[in-house]
Design a binder for this molecule. Structure first.
Ligand code: G16
Length: 543
């Protein structure tokens, strides 16, 4: 076995987005592409000789090949040990859990999350720090800077390592330890939630359906929901992880998790439904014929956090991304705890959690989590809901409606326009930005614009500033429209429009969100010239 120095040339497109570098599989398969980025990570993080790394991915197409390359590069770059999930698999929250539990230097996670997989699909890679969370912007900028000047990478010339059997192997002096992908994570969940109460709820006939979408959470859900909590095996659907997610789009929302949605809105629907995404960090929560928005889910969990043993002492504070609805702000106000508003991207929560300022965090993009790890966590959210349901013994719909009756309802929806030509999307954003002065004070039907801005965030812990994180049009009555371009797409640009209105009147809480927001939807079109600029009559996805 020898260390090889391979000459290479920089690629100019390795700038990490909202969550790491995501590209088509074919891009990652092109010569030196993955290797350049991995070497750029290793150069940027300057780990001491002999450091330990965690490595795993969501099992999508190209996962195995990439794991082998990264192991050989880690050995050539002086790492002492790599903890790798069995068969190269670790859900994103499980990777975060393992990094924290074994106090490793950091970890590499291979995932393009909710983006489709397979040879024509997407692949992704990101670096997580010793706290278990995604690298902050300062580090991703260093990685990007290295990727623009790289001239060579280091790799060991060695045969592939077997990853199906647990145990330790030597790779050019570096230990490769294959670990159980599920065990550490399942143990952590058992320490946070009232498993006995959930087991009793299920034994009493409460029916659940969890859609793993042929992605990474199948084995985790089986170990926890079926083996530990006693749910029947058929409570989990699409449980077998597949490299192409069975041809589906592993994004747990009303459009892409349609199999589950049909069941939950059909005859004889189960009492509780949930789905997770490609790498297990997102969640969607459903009741019988009822959808819980991620923003409401966060607010509800915050309000009832004390029902779960891991949070029985109360929560220190909450944080949400700017486009997430202000439902959780109202709960924070009543609990008299701080509430932080950050840019989109889980990495912005890390400092707040490390500093003990917040316990719970969430995003409208189907992400909810807490300081138990430093990633959002799909199954954690499912277990939190089951814990609450096991204690309250009310339906999902009743719990949500009682929450609205108490706090008021932040009516909310997100409209996505996927795969727009980049110039069209950028033109639209520039146009709205250029209209700030003329919009302020303008009245559209029942709504008057109070102010407009480009959201900017100063991290209260390290003082770092992130600018241009989305355009906010704020109305006099507290309603708002936010325009933002996604940072996770791989093809063209995805425009996201976030719509929110506050409804204190209980008699109107049953209205469908699209109906309640109809006027705002028209105003968004007026302000941005949506239909005319995009040539689209409808959004691609409505959540
Ligand atoms: C990632 C980030 C999230 C973010 C989401 C959507 O999630 O971790 O913090 O909210 O993307 O980002 P965007 O609106 O820029 O597409 P995931 O599940 O894809 O890792």
């Amino acid at each position: 076995m020898t260390v090889q120095l391979i000459a290479t040339q920089p690629f100019n497109d390795q700038k990490p987005g909202t969550s790491g570098l995501r590209k088509r599989v074919s891009v990652f398969q092109s010569p030196h592409y993955l290797e350049n980025f991995v070497q750029s990570i290793f150069d940027a993080i300057t780990a001491p000789n002999g450091a330990t790394l965690v490595l795993g991915g969501d099992g999508r197409f190209h996962n195995q090949e990439a794991i082998q390359i990264i192991l050989k590069m880690a050995a050539a770059n002086g790492f002492g040990k790599v903890l790798v999930g069995q068969r190269g698999i670790l859900s994103t929250p499980a990777a975060s859990c393992v990094i924290r539990k074994y106090q490793t230097y950091g970890g590499i996670i291979l995932s393009a999350s909710h983006n489709p997989g397979g040879p024509q699909g997407d692949f992704g890679i990101k670096y997580n720090m010793a706290n278990g969370g995604p690298a902050p912007e300062k580090v991703t900028e260093d990685i990007f800077a290295r990727s623009k000047e790289i001239t060579q990478y280091r790799i060991v010339d060695a045969p592939d390592i077997a990853l199906d059997v647990l145990g330790e192997t030597d790779l050019h002096g570096m230990k490769v330890e294959v670990i159980d992908s599920v065990a550490d994570y399942a143990e952590l969940m058992g320490s946070l939630f009232d498993f006995a109460a959930i087991r009793q709820l299920l034994a009493d006939g409460f029916r659940i359906k969890f859609d793993a979408m042929h992605a990474v959470t199948g084995p985790y859900a089986r170990a926890i929901l079926v083996d530990a909590l006693g749910a029947p095996a058929d409570a989990i659907m699409n449980a077998e992880p597949l490299p192409d997610f069975g041809g589906g789009h592993p994004d747990p929302n009303l459009t892409y998790a349609h199999d589950l949605v049909e069941i939950m809105y059909g005859e004889d629907a189960p009492d509780f439904g949930a789905a997770s995404d490609g790498d297990g960090d997102r969640n969607m929560i459903l009741g019988k014929h009822f959808f819980v928005t991620p923003s409401d889910s966060l607010a509800l969990i915050a309000a009832d956090a004390r029902l779960a043993p891991g949070y029985a002492q109360g929560i220190a504070g909450v944080a949400r991304s700017m486009p997430t609805s202000a439902a959780v702000d109202r709960v924070a106000q009543e609990l008299d705890i701080p509430c932080f508003e950050t840019p989109t991207g889980w990495k912005f929560f890390g400092n707040l959690m490390d500093a003990g300022k917040v316990t719970l965090c969430g995003e409208e993009s189907f992400g909810t989590g807490s300081n138990h790890v430093r990633e959002k966590d799909g199954l954690w959210a499912v277990l939190f809901w089951l814990n609450i349901l096991a204690i309250k013994r009310q339906s999902v719909e009743t719990i949500v409606k009682r929450h609205w009756a108490r706090f008021g309802r932040n009516v909310y929806s997100r409209h996505d326009y996927e795969e727009l030509p980049s110039d069209v999307a950028n033109g639209l954003i520039d146009h709205v930005r250029a209209s700030f002065a003329s919009l302020t004070g303008k009245t559209f039907g029942a709504y008057t614009v109070k102010t407009c801005d480009d959201f900017s965030y100063t991290d209260p812990v390290d003082g770092s500033v992130s600018q241009k994180q989305g355009i906010r049009i704020l109305f006099e009555d507290g309603s708002r429209i936010v325009f933002r371009l996604s940072g996770t797409g791989t093809e063209g640009a995805t425009l996201r429009i976030y719509l929110e209105a506050f409804e204190p009147d209980r008699s109107k809480h049953d209205l469908d969100a699209q109906d309640a927001l109809a006027e705002m939807i028209t105003i968004a079109d007026d302000i941005a010239g949506l239909k005319q600029r995009t040539g689209r009559e409808q959004p691609t996805v409505i959540t």
